[in-house]
Design a protein around this ligand. Structure first.
Ligand SMILES: [Zn+2]
Length: 315
């Protein structure tokens, strides 16, 4: 069976590296490298454009554009093995072409510096998904690590309205709880949490509370279960696949079989869940899932849920 992985930070690593890193070399230091991704059955990989807070704010826009360039130059190249996906037609073509799809997503609106023209430019470059914040506050909203817990700002609302006009997908992973509910209340944007787990299973503030998960179910969004050890289990050093399965059980208990999917966060994490050290761990996860759940469900979580969602919402 094939996988869709809803989040990785390969582009950040490519941008941040002193020496050029290859995506296609089997010996590449990346968690997600092409030979292993293909062998593991990754059919579509979402690539985040992420700029760490260590980068000066006035360089963030440049860093995002350079990552877009790396996406096309290093990942997609001539399109013979990996193909950029930004429409439902391109998504549907994946099956017959046998190529791996690659979708661009912006993680945090910081680089927009409060100007919507930058959102429109990114859309034209193929970005179809945007998370309003990383962990901190920006012009659009507060992230989960801001103690004041603010919601969307006036710019944040304008940004979401423009995303709805462009038909972009809104990612609530990293967003403050109040921001989450602001989005749910006033926006019709298709909503996902690309890489978040269950707070009831592992009480980390990056994880979603039950009422948030129920709201995602109601909105027919997607919740990408993620492999970040501290969001999987406490203590994080012991995090294993069996703990990840508890999150899956919990989402199912809340009626979320149809929103359940995966967003690894590979290349964005330095510690790993046992057995899920890199993209080569996906087949092991598949095996564990098939031991516990009906094949039809597993197929849904690996592929169908993301696929149906993107087919519906990528214009
Ligand atoms: Zn993230």
């Amino acid at each position: 069976m094939r996988w869709i992985d809803g989040h990785c930070d390969v582009l950040w690593k490519l941008w941040d590296a002193r020496e050029p890193i290859s995506f296609y070399d089997a010996k590449s230091p990346l968690d997600v490298r092409f030979p292993d991704a293909r062998a593991a059955g990754i059919g579509l990989q979402v690539f985040a454009l992420f700029v760490s807070p260590k980068v000066p704010r006035d360089s963030a826009w440049d860093a995002v554009l350079r990552q877009v360039d790396l996406f096309y130059e290093v990942i997609v190249r001539d399109g013979s093995e990996v193909t950029a996906v930004s429409s439902s037609a391109e998504l549907e073509n994946l099956k017959s072409s046998g190529k791996m799809g690659a979708l661009l997503s912006l993680e945090g609106a910081d680089a927009l510096s409060g100007d919507l023209y930058r959102l429109r430019v990114l859309y034209r470059l193929g970005v179809r998904q945007l998370g309003l914040t990383w962990n901190h506050a920006n012009e659009a909203a507060d992230g989960v690590e801001e103690d004041r817990g603010g919601g969307l700002t006036r710019f944040g609302r304008k940004l979401v309205e423009e995303m709805v006009r462009l038909r972009m997908i809104l990612d609530v992973s990293h967003l403050s709880e109040r921001g989450f509910w602001d989005v749910m209340e006033f926006s019709d944007a298709p909503v996902i949490a690309s890489h978040s787990n269950c707070h009831a299973v592992c009480p980390h503030r990056r994880n979603l509370k039950d009422d948030q998960i129920r709201a995602l179910v109601e909105k027919e969004g997607i919740m990408g279960i993620t492999f970040v050890p501290q969001f999987v289990h406490e203590p994080k050093e012991e995090a294993a696949v069996e703990h990840l399965l508890r999150h899956i059980d919990h989402v199912c208990e809340l009626g979320g079989e149809r929103i359940l999917a995966f967003g690894s966060d590979f290349d964005g994490i330095s510690h790993k869940v046992k057995g899920l050290e890199d993209v080569g761990g996906f087949p092991f996860l598949e095996e564990q899932l098939l031991k516990r759940y009906p094949e039809e469900w597993v197929r849904r979580w690996m592929w169908d849920n993301w696929y149906e969602f993107y087919r519906k919402h990528l214009s």
